[in-house]
Design a protein around this ligand. Structure first.
Ligand SMILES: Nc1ncnc2c1ncn2[C@@H]1O[C@H](COP(=O)(O)OP(=O)(O)O)[C@@H](O)[C@H]1O
Length: 282
């Protein structure tokens, strides 16, 4: 399994190994824009011209933190594929393939899919990407266990790991408010998060992300976005995936980012933390 992943990632890595290695300077930042809006930190060695530089990044963070949202925006900005293992699992589920019933049971209990199955799905996806000439990636939802992180480390260099953080009560509300258009696949959120600041701790506002009229009647909820399953996913994250943060922190690759609010507030601050500029957003 790891051999196949190795072959595929090596195919990608060989084209730009010199570039990706240039990111491995020490990156142990913990950025909390709510607490320190004008935080002063050493900028990452990355610029807008990095479009096409084929970054190899990973997004970590609890369910509902916004990994998919920000990974997909960065993928568009940098021109590299966004690969979400949760999406690969859901595609396999909806394809009704041989793994579908086993996967449905695992996912609907909020558990992790065995490493072998995930690596197999990821390998197949990467293989298709290599055939299309894709280079670089932003991984979302992988690695989620130390074993997955070790396998990944054994096959390719990760430049940067962005660890998104948000308070737990917000995570639950965001998962419960999540909606997907069954026709176009668009992601929306009907939750309105409005937490008042108290005793010196900052408040937080996240406006709902409502669908356009043509999607409104086609919204569905993920079967694992129920309160019971989200709480189990959060528990599993703390047990199995939290150690992955330390894995990358100890290697100087972890960039911690406290999501300060909704997309309009958080996206520019994430870009600032990454020393990137989104001209199209202005
Ligand atoms: N790297 C992985 N290892 C094991 N299971 C995974 C992995 N990625 C996704 N899954 C499975 O797919 C489900 C959905 O993943 P994802 O969409 O990333 O959800 P989340 O919102 O919990 O981050 C997970 O709860 C898990 O069952």
């Amino acid at each position: 399994m790891a051999v196949l992943l190795n072959r595929l990632l090596t195919a990608r890595a060989s084209a730009f190994s010199a570039i990706t290695r240039s990111f491995s300077s020490s990156l142990n930042f913990e950025i909390d824009f709510r607490a320190a809006p004008s935080v002063n930190h050493e900028p990452l060695p990355l610029r807008r011209e990095s479009k096409g530089r084929n970054v190899q990044w990973v997004f970590l963070g609890c369910p509902g933190v916004g990994k998919g949202t920000y990974a997909s925006r960065l993928s568009n900005l940098l021109g590299v594929p966004h690969i979400a293992t949760g999406d690969l699992v859901r595609e396999e589920l909806s394809s009704g393939g041989p793994l579908a019933s086993q996967l449905a049971e695992i996912v609907n209990q909020g558990k992790l899919v065995p490493d072998e199955i995930i690596i197999n799905l990821l390998s197949k996806h990467l293989e298709a990407g290599v055939a299309k000439g894709e280079l670089g990636f932003i991984l979302d939802g992988f690695p989620r266990t130390i074993r997955q992180a070790e396998i990944l480390e054994g096959v390719t260099a990760i430049d940067l790991v962005i660890n998104l953080k948000l308070r737990e009560e917000v995570l639950l509300a965001k998962c419960l408010g999540r909606r997907i258009c069954s026709e176009c696949g668009g992601n929306y959120n009907v939750a309105c998060i409005d937490i008042k600041g108290e005793n010196g701790s900052p408040g937080m506002y996240m406006a709902p992300l409502l669908p356009p009229p043509h999607c409104a009647s086609k919204l569905v909820t993920r079967s694992d976005d129920t309160e019971e399953v989200v709480k189990e996913r959060l528990r599993v994250y703390n047990e199995m995936s939290r150690p992955v943060e330390e894995f990358y922190r100890s290697r100087g690759k972890l960039l911690g980012f406290n999501v300060p609010g909704g997309i309009p507030e958080s996206w520019p601050k994430l870009l600032q933390a990454l020393n990137l500029d989104d001209h199209d957003d202005k």
